[in-house]
Design a protein around this ligand. Structure first.
Ligand SMILES: [Ca+2]
Ligand SMILES: [Ca+2]
Length: 205
């Protein structure tokens, strides 16, 4: 391998390392891997109409209807998608026509990778608040710190403060979750071949 080709090849590899996985279109959760609801503040179980985790699947309804699943205080919801994902996670809550600041709810969001949610490795992505709904959570810090940028699962764990709610308070409400599908990219081998061709052409010119 001559010097120019070697430099071009090194450039291709550093490009792969720096860019990570390529992101495609936004897709929405398709299956519930686990739902472990918490209780209401008054210690009662969630009413069935607010405890259907399938209401978090698909595109968010974004309407003031029972389009969501409540997590219950400390409860968690784990979702999967038709595809592996990268780049960011967006969680939509529901404001239910009220002022969210009057009933602040929050949740920690984790992303996981593994054959099943039971054996997956998990990384903290960020915290969502119903006072700032629908903001994408970048996953780039996980790639920067752990070198992982392709994921299979999203887990949302309620962190709402019960002291700020009445007895019927039931934690964070999830309407929908969106992620960016991983685009099948040319393998490093193909990029290396392209870089070598580039090097040869430069050498001939
Ligand atoms: Ca709630
Ligand atoms: Ca929904």
């Amino acid at each position: 391998m001559n010097t120019i080709t070697r430099i071009a090849a090194l450039g291709a590899f550093s490009l792969v390392a720096a860019a990570g996985a390529n992101a495609g279109i936004m897709v929405y959760a398709t299956d519930v891997a686990d739902f472990s609801p918490g209780l209401r503040k008054d210690g009662k179980a969630l009413p069935a109409v607010r405890a259907d985790p399938t209401k978090a699947l698909g595109a968010p309804d974004l309407t003031d209807t029972l389009n969501f699943v409540s997590l219950g205080f400390g409860g968690s919801l784990t979702l999967t998608f038709d595809t592996l994902f990268t780049q960011s996670v967006t969680v939509w809550e529901t404001t239910w026509g009220n002022n969210p600041a009057g009933h602040p709810e929050s949740a920690d969001v984790f992303v996981g990778m593994g054959a099943t949610h039971d054996v997956a490795d998990w990384w903290f992505a960020g915290t969502v608040h119903n006072t700032a709904d629908g903001l994408p959570i970048s996953l780039s810090h996980i790639f920067n710190e752990h070198g992982v940028d392709v994921f299979r699962f999203v887990r949302i764990v309620d962190t709402s403060d019960p002291s700020k709610h009445s007895g019927s308070g039931d934690g964070f409400d999830v309407d929908g979750v969106g992620v960016f599908a991983v685009i099948p990219a040319p393998g490093a081998g193909a990029m290396l071949a392209g870089a070598m061709l580039l090097g040869l052409r430069r050498r001939r010119s």
